[in-house]
Ligand binder design. Sequence first.
Ligand code: XMP
Length: 319
Amino acid sequence: DWTMGAYRADAIAKIRAQVGKGRVICALSGGVDSSVAAILIHEAIGDQLTCVYVDHGLMRLNESEQVVSMFREHYNLPLIHADESALFLGKLEGVSDPETKRKIIGGLFIEVFEKHAKAIGGAEFLAQGTLYPDVIESVSFSGGPSVTIKSHHNVGGLPARMNMQLVEPLRELFKDEVRALGRELGLPQSFIGRHPFPGPGLAIRCPGEITAEKLDLLRRADAVYIDQIRKHGLYDEIWQAFAAILPMKTVGVMGDGRTYDYAVALRAVTSVDGMTADTYPFSHEFLGETMTRIINEVPGINRVFYDVTSKPPGTIELE
Ligand code: XMP
């Protein structure tokens, strides 16, 4: 893509001019935006960039390992894998309110990022994968107070607190352009096409209290569900699909025995921007096959629901 080739060269020149010999740190989430920003900046200034991947213990099955090894092996990019799962899960113990979960996770994220940034001697610049829609959204509602229905976590408080300047090489781009730039930079399609994943991760897909047992069941059920979607060639038709584990147990029967286990809710929606969404119309055959696989492959789950709620009135996530 020649347009993105030109954008890439121009962005690299701008990053070099802004940063000079300074040091940049970047919070890498594994999402497309922060990944593309990090790769672009690394191309511009090499090892003046350090990335920190904060592992909050709320990622999907094998996801942290996949993200970290992709960056280390494919891009040879300086990356700290901060495994802080014990800290996050400890502070979330017994917490069931959705907004409290988000506040705890957002606050710890900043704390942990700051700790690792200090440990490597700090930096003058903070890189962020801010997109054009993020820029306009913050001045929307005709200058009135911005309305947040859910407090989305980002590293907003950090630049001032750590006395850093922002480097935001994607500020002029829309999502589809970021994907094109990612392709230009050699990011694998499997990475570029990934469904959005919320910052608080599985915490908001585990309504009510989070426990290690529930997270484990959720991860395994979600992996089976996504595998089903991929096998049926449906992944790219869906905006977001995931399993959530419900805060209850139900009675079932298996073999000659009675079971009393957790239930999962499957969600899949189509959307243009995540602001409104429609339920994806899976066939009954697909849902039945997926139910059978989840219950056979994930002992501890004995019931599967499909969420048919659109947005509005529902939200995409369960919390
Ligand atoms: P909702 O559930 O509000 O989700 O309909 C809309 C989009 O936003 C994502 N989402 C979040 N992303 N922090 C994030 O970074 C959050 O707290 C959060 N809550 C929801 C959600 O995955 C969907 O793409």
